[in-house]
Ligand binder design. Sequence first.
Ligand code: COA
Length: 407
Amino acid sequence: MATYFSKITGWGMYVPSNVVTNHDLEKFLDTSDEWIVTRTGIRERRIVSEGETTVSMSVAASRKALEKAGIQPEDLDLIILATSTPDYLVPPASSLVQDELGAKCGAFTLVAGCSGFVYGLATAAQFVQTGVYKHVLVIGAEVISAGIDWEDRNTAVLFGDGAGAVVVSRTTQPGGLLSLKLGSDGSGWDALIVPALGAKNYPSLENIARKEHKLKMNGRAVFKFASRILSDATMEVVSEAGLTMDDIDLLIPHQANQRIIDLALRRLKFPAEKTVVNLDRYGNTSAASVPLAMIEAIEDGRLKENDKVVMIAFGAGLTYAAVVWEFQPFETGPADEEEAILVTNWPVNSAFQRKLQEMRVAAWKMKVQARTKASEASMAIMLPLYSFRKGLRKRMQNGNGKKPDGQ
Ligand code: COA
């Protein structure tokens, strides 16, 4: 019996040409380039122009991915489109993409916030590894700008639009998905929400007047969740693959905020040089963020054949998803499926080696957990101190705590 593995055989991205810088935002929002850069790391983002939509960007990115994989749309067995900003609520955007591409397969839209693409990658791998399907197209695409309240500086500075697509193919070359971790903490459902764009709350005139059809965010709650989950889920997924961070060649985190990434890197003791960051140029593109970072890393030569890579995202839900992916040689051909590797031949570690590796992983996990606890404890002390100092500063500015009339 052949053992099948998943392999990323094609990739393609599309970002709008319209660049909106922080200085552009300064013109109509009470914000500054300095605030945005220091608090988030973002310098500019891409925003769609007339005619660019989630579907049109998905199709453009997918055509490049199909060409790279050397397959035709008719060769696809399934399309998974991860997005929270479909062209319409009904019909699913995935069917419009399938039609425009000229594919003849099943298609579904996957809604898991910014984690959607990584959810899709993990799902696609199951279809090909079981031998059910040969080629699955996974897309992450968003027009977040359509759902932003451009008067809300809390959200308007963070997001951008774009699309990235990959073809996940069945192969007998070992590698591909080594481990996965999918998660959801629905107790944080209202931390990132569009309150009135669903069957519970329609965009009635009253709701529109209250801007309830636009994205609302509790930034601090999301920050707290994200900074914890980025290091925790990375640690879990890497250890699940029987590895430690020393074995990881590249980390591709969700591009939400440089401070969230930095915090996780400190906890994981992982070098910034091995971490892909492009949020300075694109902002947070939600489900498109991980594929855009991954594709740029391949095209820049930072992500190489045989690299073991962690891809991890978090977002509305609150959801998170992480995978360890080993990239096989990029070139593909019919040989990919010719040589069947027998399950019994692949790869058999001696019981001793396995035990040794398990102990190495367990020791590493304990170290990361200890660092996370220490960093949370120091945050718990520093935050009230910070708020107290801020309050004091404000009182001093208002005249040493005296009321304006001098009382
Ligand atoms: N420009 C200028 N000032 C701003 C601002 C902006 N765009 N947004 C908020 N502020 C102000 C606040 O009003 C506040 O002012 P005050 O001190 O006078 O009250 C001050 O800056 C600090 O606000 P705070 O909310 O404490 O900032 P922060 O350091 O927590 O950063 C976020 C805010 C949104 C950048 C941060 O919480 C974050 O990144 N959260 C995660 C968001 C995210 O990633 N969402 C998507 C997940 S997929």
